[in-house]
Design a protein around this ligand. Structure first.
Ligand code: ATP
Length: 248
């Protein structure tokens, strides 16, 4: 219990003008665990992600990374602190090969790093082996990433965060647009990221998906936490009931 959480929100609130997006939200993200954030449309899930990813700042409460209180000014700061965010629409360039997308944005900040020396063959091979290490067997990393299925693209994004050393992986409804089979595959790789030691934040409106992989659960209703902080041991029935319940 000595180690601080990788990410901790304590009593965090966020307003857009007079609109309450989040109020009094608390959660912890620990290495090797999956913290699920559940909620319907408008519950505040996107706002929560934006605070953790450095796109927005909270108005009240505290945000800690590795025990240090922070206010992230931009997404780069979040990345520098080890927080990688995979958005639903994935920031990929559809016509570029998988391997090129894999390395996109991994360039060091100052132009002095090793990136310039990376050649195509190296990036191809690294992408292939990073995917394989996660158990993702993509035959052709030269194909445009746009030709992959939505689930496959999510898997590549997850492998990418693991490969580039993220400590915290924030996933914005990775299974939202997927069918049962693809959802199962994506959840398998979410679990693989956890098993690789990352702390994962899984945003979802699907209690079953949360139940399958979650260690901690936070339920948002109209910006507020509903049902308190649900620890592991919760049943699927209970999660589903809490999601369906109208109480705030
Ligand atoms: P969804 O899944 O539909 O994206 P969500 O759970 O992510 O929903 P948020 O997008 O965080 O919810 O929105 C929470 C509340 O804040 C909503 O009432 C929304 O209308 C409001 N909101 C979000 N962004 C803004 C903004 N930029 N300006 C004003 N209100 C906003």
């Amino acid at each position: 219990t000595a180690r601080p959480a990788l990410v901790e929100l304590d009593d965090v609130s966020k307003y857009y003008g007079t609109i309450r997006a989040l109020e009094g939200v608390s959660l912890e993200v620990h290495a090797g665990e999956i913290t699920c954030v559940l909620g319907d449309n408008g519950a505040g899930k996107s706002t929560l992600i934006k605070i953790i990813a450095g796109l927005h700042q909270h108005d009240a409460g505290t945000f800690r990374i590795d025990g240090d209180e922070v206010r992230l000014g931009n997404p780069r700061e979040a990345l520098d602190r080890g927080i990688a965010t995979v958005y639903q629409d994935l920031a990929v360039v559809p016509l570029m090969p998988v391997w090129r997308n894999f390395f996109l944005g991994s360039e060091p900040r100052k132009g002095t790093g090793p990136f310039k020396r990376l050649d195509t063959a190296y990036m191809r091979e690294t992408t292939r082996s990073a995917l394989l290490r996660m158990g993702i067997d993509l035959r052709d990393v030269d194909q445009p990433i746009g030709t992959l299925s939505g689930g496959e693209r999510q898997c590549v994004a997850i492998a990418r965060a693991v490969h580039f050393g993220a400590k915290v992986l924030v996933l914005d409804e990775p299974t939202a647009a997927l069918g049962v089979k693809q959802s199962g595959v994506v959840l398998k790789y979410v679990a693989a990221a956890r098993d690789a030691g990352l702390g994962v934040v899984l945003i979802t409106h699907n209690p079953h998906h949360a139940y399958l992989v979650g260690d901690r659960f936070v339920l948002l209703k109209r910006g507020a936490m509903s049902g308190g902080y649900l620890k592991n041991g919760i049943t699927l029935d209970e999660l589903t009931r809490q999601m369906a319940g109208g109480s705030e």
